[in-house]
Design a protein. Sequence first.
Length: 354
Amino acid sequence: MIGPVAGTFLGIHAAYWNEAVLKLVLGFALALTGAGTFVYVYLFKMVSHLQSRLGPMEAGPHGSLQLFAEVLKFLQKEDVFPAKADRLVFGAAPFVVIMSTLLIYVVIPVGPRGVASNLDIGILYALAVSSISVIGVLMAGWASANKYSLMGGLRAAGQLIAYELPLVLAVVGVVMQAGSLNLQRIVAGQANFKLFGFQGLGLYAIPQFVGFLIFLIAAQAELTQTPFDMPIAESELVAGYMTEYTGLRFLVFFIGEFATAFALAALGAVLFLGGWWLPGMGAHWGSAAWSREVVGTAVLFAKVMLLGFVIFWVRFTLPRFREDQLQKFAWKFLIPLALANILVTGIAKVVASA
């Protein structure tokens, strides 16, 4: 769909810089669309109905234009810099965070050929660039010249570093089963993987159920969402590292959070739920089958929305962990469990190949 696929579809062969710009624009559009979809469907509507309330209803039919109203509201607000803030670092922090999110979309396959860069180390790249957001959070906390912001930034950095470990270890089991770091090959591996003699049950979420559960928990913590929202707890830190941000820069943080949620849900769908693949339809479709590209994109979107529902259901259901509790949960429970999952997966691979 992008790069050579786009050139074939349009009947042209674009120069490298044209393709690079096209990838950048499409990646940015996908991130904005994903963030907007999660905000409207889950934050505005799903949670409202779960809590027996209407949610936003005035802007557009059934409140469908409320998202645009919120964006316009933030764009009209004054861009305030604290008097003692480091202006350069303070201003750049939100864009470092959003850049980290946008880079994840580069390797997410949305169809048999629909991927910006089909890297052989795709999942390693995605996990690496996702950790860049820690730098942006620390920049925001330190440059704000606010003790609450600094405390929130330090808490967030400690939490993100702690939960990146189980996130990565949860993925190792999938990589061992697929025998590849390439996300398209991981999808193909699930299409060809047989469980109990049935190829249709080949999704890695079944043999890697423990890893799947760890991935979802760690992703929730990486998003600093309830029950892992201590770094931005309003009751203690007045929104943490985002305390001093207003207008467009606060909006960028907000978009980054939900775009990251969409990206992590997409990674979870690719790694554990077969990605764009649908059981019974095969992993390798014809290069000219554009209808199948569309179907694959729709299938991945449906799986992402399913995981998004789980993420936001947990967010608005469970109480908040204390700082010591969430650190102990990562280091004393999730990481040992993830290591045990890797050990069991290795043993199973050796037994299966014997």
